[in-house]
Design a protein around this ligand. Structure first.
Ligand SMILES: *Cc1c(COP(=O)(O)O)cnc(C)c1O
Length: 396
């Protein structure tokens, strides 16, 4: 089918291909598992965010099916009309308690949670949104939808953040919000949240931490970055996703009751996009229950992380600044990183290639995420292949 009016799409695709930015995702033909069938091949899967390996857990699936039986397949309404089911309320209450917050408000994804908070709280030109340069795209887009001007500070640079907070623009702002990822998704490093909170509060700013890669991963029982730093009760807004360790899809903001009530009346993704199917809510509740009662999953995630990082280092790889199960393997060249990923796949290991412009030039890499479900044998097999192909390509 061709439309003269859509000719531009062909040119755009050609330009993306020239730029190495055309995306053709591999296709998963099994459940999301530590060893998955991808593009017709059984491979060690080091690319998902299925941290606790619960996406295909029998108990979790049973809970989702039971919710379908009880509440049906979908809600067919937005939360504020008649899309709030008792299971959504239960999810909000349990996730508020999980984050040691007064209340929580549920959104359809982590992406929409960030958009909702940035847009609804930074609603005036006299507000100021202050953001780490490596924050997630959904924070950037949320900031674009906000009326407030934005200031970007260098990655985890407290001195730069302080300068911004001390400048006249911040001093005369009506509201100031400092936003940071809890765990940064490309490097796997953890925000210096203790310092961020101290300097923000000193200057009358409130803090929002996006714990997409931290919830279910770091802190006591996987409660996130606030728990990791012992900052319970000191951080105004915690964003969590239900799409990574929680193995379903969704997001929430855990905060005070009054801020929750405010967003429940004004946040546009809450008002104008329908609520999650009840099976999704049930999945998240089941995962939360497992997290709180079966500590072995989190322990295995971290044991696997330590083992995998250690073995990669022993083999001579540069694993960057990672402090979490996200382990980059630095390559430093787009073509080489791409060849590395392709050859590993042929050898039975799937590790994602991140090239320019997703990461800066010279910082091209593979990104791996181990899960609680990988066996030591899986990881040894993977490191063996990394070493073989890494040598062939002159990376180590
Ligand atoms: C993945 C991610 C999101 C988006 O979460 P979804 O639930 O997948 O929409 C937001 N913020 C960060 C830091 C992320 O890594």
């Amino acid at each position: 089918m061709t439309f003269e009016t859509l000719k531009f799409a062909e040119e755009e695709v050609a330009a993306l291909k020239t730029d190495n930015r055309f995306i053709q995702p591999r296709v998963l033909q099994s459940a999301q598992e530590p060893v998955s069938v991808i593009d017709g091949k059984k491979v060690i899967n080091l690319t998902s965010n299925n941290y606790l390996a619960l996406a295909n857990n029998p108990g979790v699936k049973k809970a989702a099916i039971a919710a379908i039986e009880k509440y049906g397949a979908g809600t067919a309404a937005v939360r504020t009309i008649i899309g709030t089911m008792s299971i959504h309320k239960e999810l909000e209450e349990k996730f508020a308690a999980f984050k040691h917050s007064e209340a929580a408000i549920l959104f359809q994804s982590g992406f929409t949670s960030n958009v909702a908070v940035c847009q609804s709280l930074m609603s005036s030109e006299s507000d100021l949104l202050i953001s780490d340069e490596l924050n997630h795209a959904s924070i950037i887009d949320g900031a674009r939808l906000a009326k407030a001007p934005r200031k970007i500070y260098r990655h985890k640079d407290i001195k730069h953040l302080t300068e911004i907070l001390e400048a006249p623009e911040a001093r005369k702002a009506r509201r100031k919000m400092v936003v940071t990822d809890g765990v940064f998704s490309m490097d796997g490093d953890i925000a210096n949240l203790d310092e961020i909170v101290a300097v923000s509060h000193k200057h009358g700013a409130f803090v929002m931490v996006d714990d997409a890669h931290a919830s279910g991963v770091i802190g006591k029982e996987g409660r996130g970055t606030v728990s990791h730093f012992g900052l319970d009760g000191n951080v105004e807004i915690q964003i969590g996703t239900l799409s990574k360790a929680f193995a379903a899809v969704g997001g929430y903001a855990a905060t005070t009751q009054s801020l929750r009530d405010y967003m429940g009346s004004v946040a546009r993704p809450f008002l104008f996009s329908s609520s999650q199917p009840p099976s999704v809510a049930a999945t998240c509740l089941a995962v939360l229950d497992i997290l709180l009662t079966e500590p072995q999953h989190l322990k295995r995630l971290w044991d696997n992380t330590a083992f995998f990082k250690e073995e990669l280092k022993k083999a001579g790889f540069d694993t960057g600044a990672s402090q979490t199960p996200i382990t980059p393997i630095m390559v430093g060249d787009t073509a080489k990183a791409s060849a590395f990923s392709k050859q590993l796949f042929e050898e039975g290991v799937f590790a994602l290639c991140l090239g320019f412009p997703t990461v800066p030039k010279g910082k091209e890499r593979l990104r791996t995420i181990v899960t609680a479900g990988h066996t030591i044998k899986d990881l040894e097999f993977a490191v063996g292949k990394f070493t073989k192909v890494g040598r062939e390509l002159g990376i180590i």
